[in-house]
Write a protein that binds this ligand. Structure first.
Ligand code: UDX
Length: 441
């Protein structure tokens, strides 16, 4: 059995590497020739823990990397994992996926195989039936369900744990018609992931499951962030003890209750916007989803407010941003809250110094010479008026009085409560930690 994977981003390259390392005959395809060249040498174009090791493993076996779509002609299973980025109006941009399925369709015309095409890219309900299926049938001059299979197969992996999540997903969703292809797909996944629940449903429900998943996670984060803001007005209150305790209730669950500067990354903000947009078009007012977004946007404002309260005018103030990656163990800064923060601080003419163990290169692509970059935390803090911990990198746990002694003004805003337990000789503000005095009552 030959497997083709189209689009070698986080999802596609993780799947390519995991399947090929298990011995499957895989071809990973991407239009970017430079990217393909790197991957074929075992180099990942982005940082993801464990990925290169498993990729190299696959390359030693049967894995091939190519920018030629014609190779899908020999494939029995084709996974489409291209991006569906965001349009300015909040809608998703389908141009990349339309192009990919159109090329697959054209190639399918001359193929003797009856492959199953799995769409892993996130698309709003109706996209498979109204857009993807018609393109494939038109271009291939073949019939879905008869000449080829078409299955919605949303992906739930998280960056920084992409390999583990690809190997051990919590569920497999197969959306589509009940055909011989669906039976074959079920068998493939039963073998690949024994004991993992397989949910078989229709296309539109599978498409909606992905949005339900991510919007629920975003809701959990905004919920705890709103609570953390309330806690800040309760002297001595600590949001982490609250999260820990409510998380023990199995109806709530302990994950995604870490208060912070708001959710970022390439999925949650984009998927929330797309779902809100979709709800509005469907005539449903997404009151709750709008509130989740609003809480997320406001979360950043309070960091600005605290720095302004303590430093006054931010013009020419040196502000150190610790962490620009949208979360630890990645170099991804897409929709990172830290990037939004830097933009806001730059508007107020602050001087920004950033440190990040992995994301400096990507951050430079955005800000160029406008800010200062350093690989040393000590240099980042030197002569600074304010340090803001944005990303929960392990390195920042070690920060101590000596590190802060190099600052001009020792204001520390800890968005992740990493230094809460330390006795620090600084003006310390942590998200979700009650101030000493009641503001009310
Ligand atoms: C997310 C989904 O988790 C994943 O299932 C989907 O396939 C892709 O989108 P990812 O973008 O990798 O994954 O990031 P995630 O770990 O979900 O974090 C998103 C954002 O939420 C980050 O900015 C993170 O810092 C923030 N977050 C997460 C919190 O602020 N608190 C939490 O408790 C959890």
């Amino acid at each position: 059995m030959k497997i083709g994977i189209i689009g070698l981003g986080f999802v596609g390259l993780s799947l390519t590497s995991v399947l090929s390392s298990k011995g499957y005959d895989v071809v990973g395809i991407d239009i970017d020739e430079g990217k393909c060249g790197k991957i074929a040498k075992g180099i990942s174009p982005f940082y993801e823990p464990g990925l290169e090791k498993i990729l190299k493993n696959g390359l030693k076996k049967k894995l091939k990397i190519s920018n030629s779509f014609s190779l899908i002609n020999n494939c029995d299973l084709i996974f489409v994992t291209v991006g569906t980025p965001q349009n300015l109006n909040g809608d998703i941009d389908l141009s990349i996926i339309k192009k990919a399925v159109s090329t697959i369709g054209t190639n399918l015309q001359n193929s003797k195989k009856s492959p199953i095409i799995f769409i892993k890219s996130t698309v709003v309900p109706g996209t498979m039936k109204k857009i993807i299926l018609p393109i494939l049938e038109k271009k291939s001059k073949k019939k879905a369900g008869k000449d080829f299979g078409l299955i919605s197969n949303p992906e739930f992996l998280q960056e920084s744990t992409a390999i583990k999540d690809t190997k051990f997903p919590h569920a497999v969703v197969l959306g589509g018609y009940s055909t011989k292809f669906m039976k074959k797909a079920k068998k493939f996944f039963e073998k690949l992931h024994p004991n993992v629940p397989i949910i078989i449903t229709n296309h539109q429900t599978a498409e909606m499951i992905k949005y339900a998943n991510n919007s629920f996670l975003a809701t959990k984060i905004s919920f705890i962030n709103q609570l953390s803001n309330i806690c800040q007005n309760i002297p001595g209150a600590n949001i982490d003890d609250i999260s820990k305790t409510i998380g023990l209730d199995p109806r709530i669950g302990k994950l995604f209750l870490n208060a912070g500067p708001g959710y970022g990354g390439s999925c949650l903000p984009k998927d929330m916007k797309a779902l809100i947009n979709f709800a509005n078009i469907s005539g449903i007012k997404p009151t709750l989803l709008n509130a989740v977004e609003e809480v997320n946007t406001n979360q950043l404002e309070q960091i600005i407010l605290i720095s302004k309260q303590r430093l006054g005018n931010l013009n020419s103030k040196r502000i150190t941003v610790l962490g620009t990656a949208f979360k630890p163990n990645t170099d991804d800064i897409r929709d990172s809250i830290a990037i939004k923060l830097i933009n806001k601080l730059l508007k107020r003419k602050a001087k920004i110094i950033i440190h990040d163990p992995r994301a400096i290169k990507n951050t430079k692509k955005i800000f160029g010479e406008k800010i200062t970059y350093t690989k040393s935390i000590k240099n980042a803090l030197s002569k600074s008026h304010c340090a803001i911990i944005m990303t929960q990198w392990k390195q920042y746990e070690k920060l101590n009085n000596k590190d802060f002694s190099y600052m001009s003004k020792k204001l520390v805003i800890d968005c992740r409560r990493m230094l809460l337990a330390k006795e620090l000789d600084v003006d310390y503000f942590a998200i979700g930690l009650g101030k000493e005095k009641w503001n009310i009552l």
